[in-house]
Design a protein around this ligand. Structure first.
Ligand SMILES: [Zn+2]
Ligand SMILES: [Zn+2]
Length: 358
């Protein structure tokens, strides 16, 4: 089959490799759509990922497709089933899994290689994070289940209450998904359960980013106001102006830049929750004012990845078509154009692109 392999910094090559065959408990899917992601862009620019990828390596982690082979002992699935597979699954047996803190699982096995004609799904993912796609949901939208699951996990842990004023820093796909999740008329998908309706809008979202067309998408997804940070002299001061002098009830950082983490904390009101969601380069640090943290009773949270509960919630939200997530897709491209797609992502010409192998 044809597959993209990452050899190093901005060095992607399309190669013929052996078709995958499923071992016991595994399935193989024919990839129908594999969406590109900001994490892929980081990995492409850095030439690898300390935890997840050592080159040369199969590449890409968001995909939806059709089952074409079943390993021994796989039950409940059939050839031709339309499915979406999360890129990981918790082991369900380690210290953290037993505490139901699945995103901290010590045995999370990341499945990469979605930019290929076929993708093998490991047994743990088949068991816990392989889901059927509803008939009327297109593959390219279903492929966004994984990043949306991360966002719903992050949104649920940000202590957002109906009517809160939320500041989101970052207009990448993740920041924009946060806008959609938090400003769409219902908070259902982030409330644990039972599902309770909230007055619309769920919260008032102010989005800060650096790209005019992405900020427009943010408005369509429900942001009350958007700002190009390059035209704002003092972001925390502007946030205070927008919030009767207090600062935001909740701040979500979605850029992965240490100085923006510090800016996020500076935008918070006393008692706020600051969700430091964007992963920063290794070994970076930030400075926090101890007075502000203590006397203003701030909650600073790191939230990582997703859990099976939010993978399901994300697919349900995509399938509901209540939010126009297609606004995040900048079209479809073939595998042979993958390198160009990453160059366009680097230059911020596209948000997410659905790679369609054939
Ligand atoms: Zn992703
Ligand atoms: Zn575990």
């Amino acid at each position: 089959m044809l597959a993209a392999l990452l050899y190093g910094k901005e060095d992607l090559r399309l190669e013929q490799v052996a078709d995958p065959t499923p071992a016991a408990g595994e399935v193989v899917i024919r990839v129908k759509a594999a969406t590109t992601c900001g994490t892929d862009l980081k990995v492409w620019r850095r030439g690898g990922h300390a935890k997840m990828l050592k080159p040369p390596t199969p590449f890409g982690h968001e995909a939806a497709g059709e089952i074409v082979a079943l390993g021994a002992g796989v039950e409940g699935w059939h050839l031709g089933d339309r499915v979406v597979a999360n890129n990981s699954a918790p082991c369900m047996t380690c210290f953290f899994c037993r505490k139901r803190e699945y995103s901290l699982c010590q045995n999370l096995l990341f499945n990469n290689g979605t930019f290929a004609e076929y993708l093998k799904i490991p047994a743990a993912i088949v068991q816990h994070n392989l889901l059927p796609i509803p008939d009327d949901l297109p593959y390219d939208l279903a492929s966004m289940t994984e990043p949306l699951a991360c966002v719903l996990h992050g949104a649920a842990r940000s202590h957002v209450k109906p009517g809160d004023r939320v500041v989101i820093l970052g207009d990448g796909a993740i920041g924009l998904m946060f806008v959609a999740a938090l400003s769409s008329g219902r908070g259902d998908w982030i409330a644990p359960s039972p599902l309770t309706p909230h007055p619309a809008p769920f919260s008032e979202v102010f989005l800060f980013g650096g790209n005019a067309s992405r900020l427009q998408v943010g408005e369509k997804l429900g942001a009350v106001k958007t700002f190009n940070y390059k035209q704002v002299e003092d972001v925390p001061a502007l946030v205070k102006d927008l919030t009767d002098g207090w600062g935001a009830d909740v701040v979500i950082e979605a850029t992965g830049v240490p100085s923006v983490w510090e800016m996020a904390i500076a935008c918070a009101r006393p008692g706020a929750t600051v969700n430091l969601f964007g992963g920063c380069p290794r070994d970076t640090t930030i400075t926090v004012n101890t007075d502000q943290l203590h006397y203003s009773e701030l909650t600073l949270k790191g939230v990582f990845h997703n859990t099976p509960q939010y993978v399901r919630a994300a697919l349900n939200l995509l399938a509901s078509r209540a939010v126009p997530f297609e606004l995040l897709l900048s079209g479809e491209q073939s595998l042979s154009n993958l390198e160009q797609v990453f160059e366009d992502m680097r230059d911020r010409k596209v948000i997410k692109v659905a790679i369609v192998p054939e």
